[in-house]
Design a protein around this ligand. Structure first.
Ligand code: FAD
Length: 292
């Protein structure tokens, strides 16, 4: 049963931020698409006095790209808009690929980028891909804006750095690099649902085919998205080869902290992290080598 609450519907971002400022000492939650929040409210896990509905804030519904500043996507942009974006197909195809396997079309039509990231579910698909792309997140309150690496936004299980008077307003991704590519895959039992684990990998290569930079990010492998820094170190400065991929695959579970649950054992999760790391690094590396 959902407990009673006062429903607030701001017409502008400023109005939304002043509502959050007015009620930040009460139990006050933002709702956007409601695709995650309504589930936990129905379960009684979230009880709130005020619900601020930001779904109608069209000023935060945008995808913009600039060669110098990179990509900016507003918080109320739906998953489906990201999936269908021609711009993203050209510049950041991994985001389109991630979205096409995220939930069902119905959920993607209503659920949003900001809601997915703010929900703080470590099995979410967008955060690992965006962290692999070195994304930042912009948070606003009525007093100030701040921008932080998305990697630092996640603090604990379903916990983020968001203060009670703040909301997520934008995601920022640096300009696409000429010889870099990103790949993401999850292993799931039910198609288009959260994965048992997932792996995102970005690989940047130089003209000689040597790995200049790598970012590997794991989903559902701990309480937050996790960088597999051990595997990244294995790759940087090396040329691709089967032995190197095996070493990176062996290193990746070393940074993970997966649990055993009804879906999979810890041991199985570690095995899949290893397999997906090899596959995603290979995929990203081969795509990067074809560019530029
Ligand atoms: C059947 C089903 C399958 C799913 N499968 C997947 C999947 O495969 N992969 C995946 O990643 N996700 C999946 N999800 C999760 C879901 O799609 C997203 O988490 C959802 O789209 C969240 O967006 P929303 O706008 O609905 O957020 P809401 O449910 O409205 O809000 C979610 C949380 O974020 C907060 N919030 C919302 N917007 C903001 C904001 N701008 N600033 C600050 N806080 C905010 C809310 O207070 C709440 O805590 C699935 C969900 C369902 C129902």
């Amino acid at each position: 049963m959902i407990h009673d609450f006062t429903y607030l519907r701001p017409g502008t971002l400023q109005e939304a931020l002043s509502m959050l400022a007015d009620h930040h000492k009460d139990e006050c939650k933002i709702i956007c698409g409601g695709q995650s929040l309504l589930i936990v409210m129905r379960q009684g896990l979230v009880v709130t006095d005020y619900l601020v509905d930001i779904k109608g804030l069209h000023e935060l519904n945008y995808i913009a790209y600039d060669e110098k500043q990179g990509l900016r996507m507003g918080a109320t942009t739906t998953h489906r808009t990201v999936e269908k974006s021609e711009l993203l197909k050209r510049k950041f195809p991994v985001l389109v690929a991630v979205e096409s396997k995220l939930a069902s079309i119905q959920v993607r039509n209503w659920g949003t980028l900001g809601g997915n990231l703010a929900h703080g579910d470590s099995s979410g698909d967008l955060a690992p891909a965006l962290i692999a792309l070195d994304a930042k997140i912009k948070l606003s309150s009525s007093k100030a804006d701040r921008v932080m690496p998305l990697e630092e936004f996640y603090t604990a299980l379903f916990e983020t750095a968001l203060n009670k008077d703040e909301m997520v307003v934008e995601v920022q991704v640096p300009p696409a690099r000429p010889r870099a590519a990103t790949a993401y895959s999850k292993f799931n039992l039910i198609e288009n649902d959260q994965g048992i684990v997932g792996v995102a990998a970005t690989v940047e290569v130089d003209q000689a085919g040597v790995c200049k930079d790598a970012r590997i990010v794991l989903s559902n492998a701990g309480v937050t998205p996790i960088r597999a820094k051990g595997a990244e170190k294995v790759l940087i400065g090396k040329k691709m080869g089967d032995d190197l991929l095996v070493k990176a695959g062996e290193a990746a579970p070393g940074d993970a902290d997966p649990v055993s649950d009804i879906h999979a054992s810890e041991e199985f999760r570690r095995h899949v992290i290893s397999v997906l790391t090899k596959r995603m690094v290979r995929q990203a590396w081969e795509q990067a080598a074809k560019l530029g």
